[in-house]
Design a protein around this ligand. Structure first.
Ligand code: RAM
Length: 525
């Protein structure tokens, strides 16, 4: 498990009314559209798809009302692509009068493999309430069932639990009203002669589109919530595509207005029905508040937002300084989890050191913008952090960074140190060439979030060909396994990997995986 559930009920949070009002001012319009199911399909086994499960078309969905359904009958509808929205369906009965209620179950899935799992057998550590299914009793037919919840899905399974021996149920007009705060009219195209990369781009764009809701959600199936680490990548991808900067401002104001009194910024916030910061804190995510603010100011300078949020970013930094010792070494603490990736099989100390440097550089840039007098102090800490890193964490013989007491060499340390530009460009190139030789093919990395950073570090080091190849091997592999949108977790060596104990609660449309749109636009113009 990448992190433990944290219960920190003693933490006191601010609720800055003025800043919350500003968050409300940037609340987005949700663009809605109606779509209907395309096909009736059945589950088939196919070794080339995720968990060996695929679907085969049986008929057009327009013939759905020809199917008379009774006890234990089931059908699967395919909407043709991944959607986020509200579902409705019309239901009637045929035969004798309705002498019993209709009792049936609906199950929504993003990928075919979810349908092959039995919800009853789920025994993972995340709540089973994330499984998108409902059982419904209808006493009177005909009726149009409009489900109140929002679902994230491509497939809908209808399973009739019972009618009565005297009549059958007939379903028709399965519809979704989709929603997103991304305006497709603004979607920037990306041109390329490489069809594989174009597909990789398009699936990334669809992923980002479906995750842009009232806030940038991490995943519209789960957790449907605003997370700092995810927001950083979504914001960057959004600048290159839909460019809804107001949505980024809204999210930054939400985090900034509800920081803990001690300065820490929550790893995520709940926004519906009320604004509540989660009592979960992660070292790297907290620091990324600084990063998101700086990225936004570089993309679209905004003095008011800077004046409002710089003091909050600075306070978060001040809290972090207790984890930096006299020599400039970051001392990680189990109570302030360093996330980096879902895998816990590698040492994260050097990654934490690099992320601290990466974000401090951004803080110094912001400090210059606001003319913070403390800038000399910030620069002094940066000097110490980099000095310690070069003298103690870089192995000049291997040309690689080491991490932890055991001096472990792992991919994450190289990647984050290259992204933090601790060494000069020439050395960064040597490091990434060494990494390619010694640490590829990558093992034990479980998230597109970390793969994003690996690809970006290759680009930053000047290894574009290798970066593109890794994108094809990783995001391209998700597409070949059946992805319409990219996934929360994916280890190509263990395709059915789940951080939660079962893929049924995995999110198959997860924003932190949409970043090919950013990487391709930024580095392959
Ligand atoms: C998961 C979510 C989220 C991520 C955290 C760390 O619970 O998928 O996206 O940021 O982990």
């Amino acid at each position: 498990m990448g992190f433990q559930f944290q219960i920190n009920s003693d933490v006191v949070f601010n609720h800055n009314k003025n800043l919350l009002e500003k968050a409300d001012r940037f609340r987005p319009i949700l663009y809605k559209k109606q779509s209907i199911a395309q096909d009736i399909v059945e589950i088939v086994s196919d070794d080339s798809k995720l968990e060996g499960v695929s679907v085969k078309k049986i008929n057009d969905a327009k013939y759905l009302s020809d199917i008379k359904m009774t006890r234990d009958n089931r059908i699967i509808l395919d909407f043709g692509q991944h959607y986020v929205g509200k579902f409705s369906i019309h239901i009637d009965h045929v035969g004798s009068p309705m002498d019993a209620p209709l009792y049936f179950k609906l199950k929504f899935s993003e990928m075919p493999n979810e349908l092959a799992h039995s919800s009853e057998q789920y025994d993972g550590w995340l709540s089973k309430s994330w499984i998108q299914e409902e059982t419904v009793h209808l006493d009177k037919l005909p009726a149009t069932l409009e489900l109140p919840r929002r679902y994230s899905f491509r497939y809908v399974e209808i399973q009739v639990i019972d009618t009565s021996p005297k009549w059958h149920a007939v379903f028709s007009n399965p519809t979704v009203i989709t929603q997103s705060s991304a305006d497709t009219a603004n979607a920037e195209k990306w041109e390329s002669n490489d069809a594989e990369l174009l597909d990789i781009y398009d699936v990334g764009l669809a992923t980002l589109f479906d995750c842009m809701q009232d806030v940038f959600e991490d995943g519209p199936k789960r957790d449907r919530r605003l997370w700092l680490g995810d927001l950083r990548l979504q914001a960057l991808a959004n600048y290159e595509t839909f460019n809804n900067t107001d949505l980024v401002k809204r999210c930054l104001y939400l985090f900034g207005s509800m920081a803990a009194e001690d300065g820490r910024i929550s790893a995520n916030v709940f926004t519906d029905p009320n604004y509540i910061p989660d009592d979960t804190f992660m070292y790297d995510y907290s620091l990324f508040f600084i990063s998101i603010l700086d990225d936004l100011e570089k993309h679209e300078f905004n003095q008011e937002l800077l004046d409002d949020l710089y003091p909050i970013a600075k306070k978060q930094w001040t809290y972090i300084t207790q984890f930096i010792d006299e020599q400039g070494k970051v001392i990680t603490d189990d109570n302030y989890t360093v996330f980096v990736d879902w895998s816990n099989k590698f040492n994260k100390e050097t990654s934490a050191q690099a992320i601290t440097i990466y974000t401090l550089k951004q803080l110094i840039h912001l400090a210059k913008l606001v003319k913070d007098k403390d800038i000399i102090n910030l620069e002094h800490i940066l000097y110490k952090l980099e000095d310690y890193t070069k003298n103690n964490l870089y192995d000049f013989e291997q040309h690689l960074f080491v991490s932890g007491q055991e001096k472990e060499v792992n991919i994450s340390s190289q990647v984050w140190m290259v992204l933090a530009h601790v060494m000069d460009d020439e050395t960064n190139l040597v490091i990434m060439k060494q990494a390619l030789q010694k640490l590829f093919p990558i093992k034990g990395i479980a998230t597109p979030y970390m793969y994003h950073h690996i690809v970006q570090s290759l680009f930053e080091a000047g290894l574009s060909k290798e970066a593109v190849q890794l994108m094809k091997d990783y995001w391209g592999k998700m597409i070949s396994l059946g992805a319409d949108t990219y996934w929360e977790a994916f280890d190509p060596n263990i395709p059915d990997y789940s951080p939660y104990g079962s893929p049924i609660v995995n999110s198959y449309c997860h924003a932190w995986s949409c970043t090919p749109v950013y990487l391709l636009k930024k580095y392959l113009k």
